[in-house]
Design a protein around this ligand. Structure first.
Ligand SMILES: Nc1nc2c(c(=O)[nH]1)N[C@H]1C(S)=C(S)[C@@H](COP(=O)(O)OP(=O)(O)OC[C@H]3O[C@@H](n4cnc5c(=O)[nH]c(N)nc54)[C@H](O)[C@@H]3O)O[C@H]1N2
Ligand SMILES: Nc1nc2c(c(=O)[nH]1)N[C@H]1C(S)=C(S)[C@@H](COP(=O)(O)OP(=O)(O)OC[C@H]3O[C@@H](n4cnc5c(=O)[nH]c(N)nc54)[C@H](O)[C@@H]3O)O[C@H]1N2
Ligand SMILES: [Mo]
Length: 778
C-alpha cells in the first residue's frame, strides 16, 4: 500500500457516469502482521468523521491490531481514510483512563465505581428534590457515541429528570444542517445518496474541504474527475484547499460573506432562465419573495462584498445553471460562518429552483461532521425530540408520553430546547448546578476558552466528565468516568446519507472502563426513575434492547428504522433509513416524488425568521398551507457580528487538517498521524506576510479581544485579509507542559447563528505580530 501519510487519497480508480465505483480495499495492520495472522475480524465503520466508511477491526491476542475497509459496503467500496487506518492505535494507548476519578481536596484521585456514581447520584437527588430541580441539570453530549447511548440519555433527561437543558457538541457541528433541512424541507434528513457522485455532471462544494475531512468521498469525486465525462467542479472557500485546486471555478470569498454570494448566484440562475419553472410551481413556496430579495445582488455588488471577481461569480452561476445533475455538499465554511442557516438554506433554494432533488446525480448533502451526529439529532440527545418530532406539537409530545408511559407534562416542551451555548451561560450564571459532559472536550472546542475554563472550574458547578483520557476538560471535573470506546462496545450509528452500520465489540475495554450505555443505564437504575404506573422507567440492559425500543420511537417518522435489525446489519452491510414496509431495503433518496415533510402535523418545526431567529407559531405556519411543498427562504446579507477594525485588521478562520481529528485525543496518540501534524501553525497570504515582515516558519503572535496565541507561519494558499489556524491543538501537551497558548479557541467569540445557534468559529477579528524569526526560540 502506498504511504498514505504522503498521499492521503491513494491510487485512483477512474470510472464514468452511471458506472459502479470500482472497489479498492485499504488495510493497515500493526507490526507487519499479514491478514492471515489476524485471529478475528469484527465489523464496524469509521468513528473519525461522518462519511460512514465501513471497515472490519482486526484482533489478535485480545488486542486491536488493525483495520480493513469493507469492499461490499455501499459507502466506501473498501477504502479508508488516513485517520481510520492509523487512529485505532489510541484505543491501546497506555494512558487510557481505567478507573473513575473523584475530586478530593482539590485533586482528582482514583475511586471505585460505587463511590464515583454515589457522588453523582447524591448530588442529583439533592438537586432534584428541590422544586423545579430539573432546571439545575445540564447534559452536554457528543456526535461520537452510539445511537443506543443517545436514546438512553435522551429518555433519562426528558422522561426521568425532565430537563430541557440537553444538547450535543453537534451544536458546534451540524446544528445548521438540521436547521436548514427543517426550514426548507420540514424535517431533518439528507435528501441525497453518496451514489449521486456516480451520476452527477457537476459538483459544488460550499465551504467544505472534503478532500481533508471526508477523504473517501473525495476519492469517489476524484475518480469521477479522472474518468470519462467527468463532472465540473465549483469550490467556495477563502483558502486554496486541495478541493479549490482541483475545481474548475474557485471563489475565494472573504469569510463571512456566503449569503451575499448565494444571493448573487440565485439572481443569475433566475435572470438567465435556468429555473425549472414547473418544479418550482408544483413543489415550492416563496418564489416571488426570493426573487425580490436576490435581485438586489448583481455580480458587481457580490464581487465587492465577497472580494472576488464579478466574472467568476458569473462563471460559477453558469456552471450551476447549465448542469443537468448537480451535486452539492455544504459544511463548516457555511455552518460556522456568518448567517449560517440562511446560507445553507440558499443551497437548498438552488436545488429547488433547478429541480435538482431526489433523482440520481441531483443530490444535496447538508453534511454531518461527526460520525454519529445524525443519531444525536434523531434520538433527541441534542435537545430536539426523538424521532425528529416537533417540541411545539402537542400530538408529538403525546406520542412520546405514551411510548415512555409518563405524563406529557414531564417531557420538557414549554419552550425550545436549551442549546449548548445557553447551557454554558446558565452554568456561568449558576442556575445549572450539575453539568454532565460525555464524549466531548469543550475546554478546547468551545469558543472563548478563558471563559469556558472559568465556568468549568467554578466550585459551584458540579462537573461530570465521561471520556477515554484525562482531557483538558476532564482535568476540571469533579467526577471523571472512564469510558469504553469504538471497538470495545456494541451499537449502531448512521452517517450522512442515512446509512446505518453496526459496530461490534471486538475487544474488552481497559481496566474498569465501561461503555457509555452501561454508565447511563447504571445512573438510571441508581436514580430509580419511575413511569406513571410507578414501575421502573428504564428496564433495558443492553444495546439491542435499546435499539428495539428506538425502532418503536422512530416508527412512522422520517427516520423510520423499523425494518432494520442487528441481524440484518450483521448479515449484509450498511442499510439506509427509512427502512420499513414501504422501503424494505431502505430508501436511497428522499423526496423523489417532490413531496416534502412540511405538513403541519408531521414537520419538525413551525419555522423561524432567518434574520432574527424569531419563532413562528403553529397558526402562522398553518396559514401558509405548505401542503407538502418545500420553502424557499431568502434574506439580505448582513456583516458578521465581528468585523475588522484598525486594532484587529485581519479575519481569523479556523478548521482542520487531514491528519488530525478535533482535539487530537485519538489522532495525537497515533504515531504516524501525530508526526504528520504535531503542532499548530497559522496560514497567511503572501500579501499579509510581506506587510508584516513575516517569512515562512516565523513565530507569529495572534490576538483577539479575548486572548492570544503563538504559532509558526505558513505562507500562501489563502486569500489576503484572512488567516487560518487549525483548532486541533489544546493547551495541554504532555511533551511541552510549559508551552505558550496555541488553541485557536482562545481567540474566537461567543457568537452564534440566530436560527441554528451554531457558534461562528469561522469569522473572528484579530491582529498579528511577528515574534521571532524561523530559528528564533520560544
Ligand atoms: N481530518 C479531519 N476530518 C474531519 C474532522 C477532523 O477534525 N479532521 N472532523 C469532522 C467534523 S466533526 C466536521 S464538522 C467536518 C468539517 O469538515 P469541513 O467543513 O470540510 O472542515 P473545516 O476545515 O472546518 O472547514 C471547511 C472550510 O471552510 C473554509 N471557510 C472558512 N470560512 C469560510 C467562509 O466564511 N465561507 C466559506 N465558503 N468557506 C469558509 C475553510 O477555509 C475550510 O477549508 O470534518 C469531519 N472530518
Ligand atoms: N475554532 C474552532 N472550534 C471548533 C471547530 C472549528 O472548526 N473551529 N469545529 C467544531 C466542531 S464541528 C466540532 S464537531 C467540535 C469537536 O469538539 P470535541 O467534541 O470537543 O472534540 P473531540 O476531540 O472529538 O472530543 C471528543 C472527546 O470524546 C472522547 N471520546 C471518544 N470516544 C468516546 C466514547 O466512546 N465515549 C466517551 N465517553 N468518550 C469518547 C475523546 O477522547 C474526546 O475527548 O469542535 C468544534 N470547535
Ligand atoms: Mo463537527
Amino acid at each position: 500500500m502506498a504511504d498514505r501519510i504522503d498521499d492521503p487519497w491513494g491510487m485512483r480508480t477512474p470510472y464514468g457516469p452511471g458506472q459502479a465505483w470500482p472497489e479498492r480495499v485499504d488495510v493497515f495492520l500493526d507490526h507487519g502482521l499479514s491478514e492471515d495472522e489476524v485471529d478475528s475480524w469484527h465489523r464496524s465503520a469509521s468513528i473519525l468523521h461522518s462519511n460512514g466508511d465501513a471497515m472490519d477491526i482486526a484482533v489478535t491476542n485480545g488486542r486491536i491490531v488493525g483495520v480493513r475497509g469493507r469492499a461490499v459496503d455501499r459507502i466506501n467500496h473498501g477504502r479508508l481514510d488516513v485517520k481510520d487506518l492509523y487512529g485505532w492505535q489510541a484505543d491501546n494507548s497506555p494512558d487510557r483512563l481505567t478507573r473513575p476519578l473523584i475530586r478530593q481536596d482539590g485533586r482528582l484521585v482514583e475511586a471505585d465505581w460505587d463511590t464515583a456514581m454515589d457522588r453523582i447520584v447524591t448530588r442529583s437527588r439533592q438537586l432534584l428534590d428541590r422544586p423545579g430541580g430539573w432546571g439545575h441539570f445540564g447534559f452536554y453530549t457528543s456526535g461520537q457515541l452510539f445511537l443506543e447511548e443517545y436514546y438512553a440519555l435522551g429518555v433519562i433527561g426528558k422522561a426521568g429528570i425532565g430537563t430541557p437543558h440537553m444538547d450535543g457538541n453537534t451544536r458546534l457541528c451540524t446544528a445548521t444542517a438540521a436547521a436548514a433541512m427543517k426550514a426548507s424541507f420540514g424535517t431533518d434528513g439528507q435528501p441525497g445518496s453518496y451514489t449521486d457522485v456516480d451520476h452527477c455532471d457537476a459538483i459544488a462544494l460550499w465551504g467544505h474541504n472534503v478532500a481533508e475531512t471526508q477523504s473517501v468521498l473525495w476519492m469517489r469525486m476524484l475518480d469521477r474527475r479522472r474518468g470519462p465525462n467527468p463532472p465540473a467542479m465549483l469550490a467556495v472557500d477563502p483558502r486554496d484547499t486541495p478541493v479549490a485546486r482541483e475545481a474548475d471555478v474557485h471563489l475565494p470569498i472573504r469569510s463571512g460573506t456566503n449569503v451575499a454570494l448565494m444571493n448573487g448566484l440565485l439572481r443569475e440562475i433566475i435572470r438567465r432562465g435556468w429555473v425549472d419553472e414547473q418544479y418550482v410551481a408544483a413543489h415550492t413556496l416563496g418564489f416571488d419573495e426570493l426573487s425580490r430579495i436576490v435581485d438586489g445582488y448583481p455580480p458587481e455588488k457580490v464581487a465587492d462584498i465577497c472580494a472576488v471577481r464579478a466574472v467568476d461569480v458569473e462563471r460559477a452561476a453558469e456552471l450551476l445553471g447549465t448542469s443537468q445533475r448537480l451535486l452539492s455538499t455544504v459544511l463548516q465554511g457555511f455552518y460556522q460562518s456568518n448567517q449560517a442557516t440562511a446560507a445553507a438554506c440558499a443551497v437548498n433554494n438552488l436545488h429547488l429552483l433547478r429541480g435538482m432533488i431526489g433523482r440520481p446525480g441531483a443530490g444535496l448533502y447538508q453534511m454531518n461532521g461527526q460520525p454519529t451526529a445524525q443519531n444525536t439529532r434523531e434520538t433527541g440527545a441534542d435537545g430536539d425530540l426523538p424521532g425528529l418530532r416537533n417540541w411545539d406539537n402537542e400530538q408529538h409530545i403525546a406520542e412520546l408520553a405514551e411510548l415512555w408511559n409518563v405524563e406529557p407534562g414531564t417531557i420538557p416542551h414549554w419552550s425550545p430546547p436549551t442549546h449548548s451555548m445557553q447551557i454554558f451561560r446558565y452554568a456561568e450564571q449558576g442556575s445549572i448546578k450539575l453539568l454532565w459532559i460525555s464524549a466531548t472536550n469543550p475546554a478546547v472546542s468551545l469558543p472563548d476558552l478563558a471563559r469556558v475554563r472559568r465556568i468549568l472550574a467554578d466550585q459551584k458547578l458540579f462537573v461530570v466528565v465521561q471520556d477515554l483520557f484525562l482531557t483538558e476538560t476532564a482535568e476540571l471535573a469533579d467526577v471523571v468516568l472512564p469510558a469504553a470506546t469504538w471497538g470495545e462496545k456494541l451499537g449502531t450509528f448512521t452517517c450522512v446519507d442515512r446509512t446505518v452500520h453496526l459496530s461490534e465489540k471486538a475487544v474488552d475495554p481497559p481496566g474498569q472502563a465501561r461503555s457509555d450505555l452501561d454508565i447511563f443505564l447504571d445512573y438510571a437504575r441508581r436514580m430509580d426513575f419511575r413511569n406513571r404506573d410507578g414501575a421502573p422507567l428504564i428496564t433495558w440492559t443492553g444495546p439491542e434492547e435499546v435499539f428495539e425500543a428506538w425502532k418503536q420511537c422512530s416508527a412512522g417518522r422520517p427516520c423510520d428504522y423499523t425494518g432494520i435489525t442487528y441481524e440484518r446489519l450483521r448479515a449484509g452491510s450498511g442499510i439506509q433509513w427509512p427502512c420499513n414496509d414501504d422501503h424494505p431495503d431502505g430508501a436511497e433518496r428522499l423526496y423523489a416524488d417532490g413531496v416534502f415533510n412540511t405538513d403541519p402535523d408531521y414537520c419538525e418545526t413551525y419555522g423561524h425568521d432567518l434574520s432574527t431567529g424569531a419563532e413562528y407559531s403553529e397558526q402562522q405556519y398553518r396559514a401558509r398551507e405548505p401542503g407538502g411543498r418545500a420553502f424557499l427562504h431568502a434574506i439580505d446579507y448582513q456583516p458578521s457580528p465581528e468585523v475588522t477594525s484598525d486594532d484587529y485588521p485581519l479575519l481569523l478562520t479556523t478548521g482542520r487538517t487531514v491528519y488530525q481529528f478535533h482535539t487530537r485525543t485519538k489522532t495525537g496518540r497515533a504515531p504516524q498521524l501525530d508526526a504528520a501534524a504535531p503542532d499548530v501553525w497559522v496560514q497567511i497570504s503572501d500579501d499579509d506576510a510581506a506587510r508584516h515582515g513575516i517569512t515562512d516558519g516565523d513565530l507569529v503572535g495572534i490576538a483577539s479581544p479575548r486572548g492570544a496565541i503563538q504559532a509558526p507561519a505558513r505562507i500562501g494558499r489563502i486569500r489576503p485579509g484572512v488567516i487560518f489556524v487549525p483548532f486541533h491543538y489544546g493547551y495541554f501537551d504532555v511533551d511541552q507542559p510549559d508551552r505558550s497558548p496555541r488553541a485557536a479557541n482562545e481567540l474566537t467569540a461567543t457568537a452564534w447563528d440566530p436560527v441554528s445557534k451554531q457558534p461562528i468559529f469561522k469569522v473572528t477579528a484579530v491582529r498579528i505580530v511577528k515574534l521571532a524569526g524561523a530559528e528564533g526560540d520560544r
